[in-house]
Design a binder for this molecule. Structure first.
Ligand SMILES: [Mg+2]
Length: 458
């Protein structure tokens, strides 16, 4: 099996949704009734044992649009050899975002870009399977020049050029072998957890899960805030009652875009007493200068600003960095256009000395980001960061991420850790899987869509 012999012959898109709304996992100030969903792509090849698997990510009904877009964008790689797709991946990436008619409804953002991510990640998965390596190791095996060739530098050369990126990566080569060994020893990627922090959790449930995660060795925790100031204060007080203000434990908080800029500053002034390291997504993901204003206002209190999980592309990240708007750069493995665009953002973050802490918060993502965090540590920044962990429905995944001693266990299976155990698709395929046709599944289908109560009924 070689890259030249493998050719993509067809594909299948499946709408898989997990009913995470049942237990409030994924709930935040902006998203209630969240059902973590995987528009799932299988790229078939001329070898029927070799299938490239990729996911886009969505919330419930959002999958309908993303699946339609995957059908369109996956078609672009049918007939291509894996060699032609991987020999210059920056070009492949440019090709994927160059459909001039669909580009109109992006460009490089929204539904079309989510689909591009699904296809690009499936190609990486295929590359890993054919060369018998996990995706992080494919990148770790690259020279700086080869890594840089994976990136489309259009729109970012005012901040970083390919030549400069190569020079930066050459510096990171120092100590690379040692860091690869740390990856094999499962100590390369420290984990933090959001498990106690979902907004829908009652005080007792929150405390119970917090104690459980402390017992598992976690020392950094994230909590959702932003729907009610009084209850935010009560929850964070309860958290501090348990963990104290000892340096040993740290907390972060996440508002999921609920506030306008002045509101974010005022609300946060009430919460700084609980000493969060940062506030995540305080306002609209597109508001680069708004984030900068919030960051400046919160700096005297020692609270940073994090964002990125809904930053559409490398251009938004470029501006967030240029505007000194963020302390933490939260790339998303399936919001950005797959591994390649994540590499571009990692390099820019390194240039601005801002740590990359990939966004997770849901099953299927932690599996991908554990590759990305290893890549950042081993090849790009050379600095240890941390990675969010959150449990749910993981038993359905073929390569579920594993945490040991509050560190990610490095994925070793060939590919990009995507795919499901037998039976999972039959159960969770939407709308006709056995779960979704059960009584409870039908009830979730009838749940409020959001915005109810905003308009009168007459
Ligand atoms: Mg978040």
């Amino acid at each position: 099996m070689s890259l030249k012999n493998i050719r993509i012959t067809g594909f299948k898109v499946t709408d898989i949704r997990f009913p995470t709304s049942l237990d409030g996992i994924g709930s935040d100030a902006m998203h209630q009734g969240t059902n973590g969903s995987h528009p799932f792509l299988e790229l078939y090849t001329n070898d029927d044992k070799v299938i490239g698997e990729g996911i886009a990510f969505s919330n419930g009904r959002g999958s309908e649009l993303v699946c339609a877009a995957l059908e369109i964008f996956a078609e672009r790689v049918v007939g291509k050899s894996l060699h032609s797709l991987t020999e210059n991946m920056g070009n492949t990436w440019r090709y994927m975002v160059s459909d001039s008619q669909y580009r109109w409804i992006g460009p490089e953002k929204g539904v079309t870009h989510l689909a591009v991510a699904g296809v690009i990640n499936a190609i990486w998965d295929l590359w890993g399977k054919v060369t018998d390596r996990p995706v992080w190791k494919i990148v770790a095996d690259m020279t700086p020049e080869e890594l840089v060739r994976c990136i489309d530098f259009r729109y970012i050369t005012d901040v970083i050029t390919p030549e400069e990126a190569i020079e930066m990566l050459k510096k990171t080569q120092v100590g690379k072998e040692k860091r690869i060994q740390e990856a094999f020893d499962n100590v390369a990627v420290p984990a933090y957890t959001t498990s106690p922090g979902w907004l829908a959790f009652s005080g007792d449930r929150m405390k119970e899960v917090l104690r459980e995660t402390i017992a598992q060795g976690f020392t950094v925790f994230k909590f959702k805030v932003g729907s009610d100031l009084k209850s935010d204060k009560e929850r964070l007080q309860a958290v501090r009652d348990i963990i104290g203000y000892d340096e040993k434990y740290q907390i972060m908080i996440d508002a999921n875009q609920i506030w306008s800029v002045p509101e974010a500053i005022e609300w946060m002034k009430e919460l700084v007493q609980f000493k969060p390291i940062f506030i995540e997504e305080p306002t609209s993901p597109d508001d680069v200068l708004g984030h900068a204003t919030i960051r400046k206002a919160l700096k005297p209190y020692g609270v940073g600003v994090a964002t990125g999980e809904m930053a559409a592309n490398r251009v938004i990240f470029k501006q967030l960095l240029q505007a000194d708007a963020i302390d933490v750069c939260q790339i998303d493995a399936v919001r950005l256009g797959g591994v390649n665009e994540c590499l571009a953002v990692m390099l820019m973050a390194l240039k601005f000395n801002v740590p990359c802490v990939p966004h997770n918060g849901a099953m299927g993502l932690t599996e991908l980001t554990s590759h990305l965090s290893n890549i950042d540590y081993i090849c790009v920044s050379g600095k240890k960061s941390m990675l969010e962990a959150a449990e749910s429905y993981r038993e359905n995944l073929r390569h579920p991420s594993v945490i040991k001693n509050a560190h990610y266990v490095t994925p070793l299976a060939p590919g990009y850790s995507t795919g499901y155990v037998p039976g999972a698709i039959e159960k969770y395929v939407y709308p006709n899987g056995t779960f979704w046709t059960s009584e409870i599944g039908e009830k979730i289908k009838r749940a409020p869509k959001g915005g109810e109560g905003l308009l009168s009924d007459d």
